[in-house]
Write a protein that binds this ligand. Structure first.
Ligand code: BG6
Ligand code: MG
Length: 210
């Protein structure tokens, strides 16, 4: 029986995945490296440094240069985050979170991002979840299930009793390996191992009602 839902943040709760794309695109353009939305899909769910490695495939830079590039991207990303307000949260997302809580389910965030708490504060959702596990808690990023296992522990549930909602292939992989019920939205719907696909987040309410 489903007792809890663990949400990815970027691309699931908020469209901050587009800010990640824009920030990486700015860096790639400056370095004259081809980068498009298709390649960007490979960055979903993976850590900042692992994302950079994917962008730099076939190019050689020193570790020092790579660290500087990652910082540059994060600075651009954080400038974009400055524009976030509570209006950025859709009515569908707000209603879904409220409805899940009304049904007695636990809800948590499981995100690879080290900017998770900053983002949730900006949009007024910092107290909306029963637990938050993020990039500051983990040693291994998705597709490793670490962040979801921490989130499940913090809400006191077994993985098998939790849905994981993801827009990333790496996130669905992590959910499967961790023993969670993998639910996809957006790009991740093309993943072969998803149990359910969502068009909008509120489609979740049908699944937990089953
Ligand atoms: C994930 C995003 O949520 O967080 C990735 O899908 C991103 O694209 C990762 O690289 C790390 O985010 P941050 O904010 O720590 O750079
Ligand atoms: Mg995501």
């Amino acid at each position: 029986m489903i007792k809890g839902v663990i949400f990815d943040l970027d691309g699931v709760i908020l469209s901050t995945d587009d800010f990640h794309y824009k920030a990486w695109k700015k860096l790639a353009n400056r370095l004259n490296i081809p980068f498009n939305r298709e390649k960007n899909n490979r960055l979903r769910g993976v850590s900042r440094m692992a994302s950079l490695e994917i962008i730099l495939e076939g190019y050689h830079f020193s570790e020092e240069e790579k660290l500087a590039f990652a910082e540059e991207k994060n600075n651009t990303y954080r400038e974009l985050l400055n524009g976030l307000t509570p209006d950025f949260v859709s009515v569908d997302v707000r209603d879904t979170l409220d409805e899940l809580k009304n049904k007695g389910l636990k809800i948590a965030i499981g995100s690879s991002s080290k900017n998770t708490k900053l983002i949730l504060s900006r949009v007024g959702l910092i107290n909306a979840f029963d637990a938050i596990a993020d990039g500051t808690d983990i040693k291994k990023s998705k597709p490793d299930p670490e962040v979801f296992l921490i989130a499940a522990k913090r809400i006191g549930l077994e993985p098998k009793d939790c849905i994981v909602v993801e827009d990333a292939f790496a996130g669905i992989d992590a959910a499967v390996v961790g023993g969670f019920v993998p639910v996809a939205i957006g790009d991740a719907c093309a993943h072969k191992q998803v149990k359910y696909k969502l068009e909008v987040l509120s489609d979740l309410l049908k699944i937990v009602g089953e």
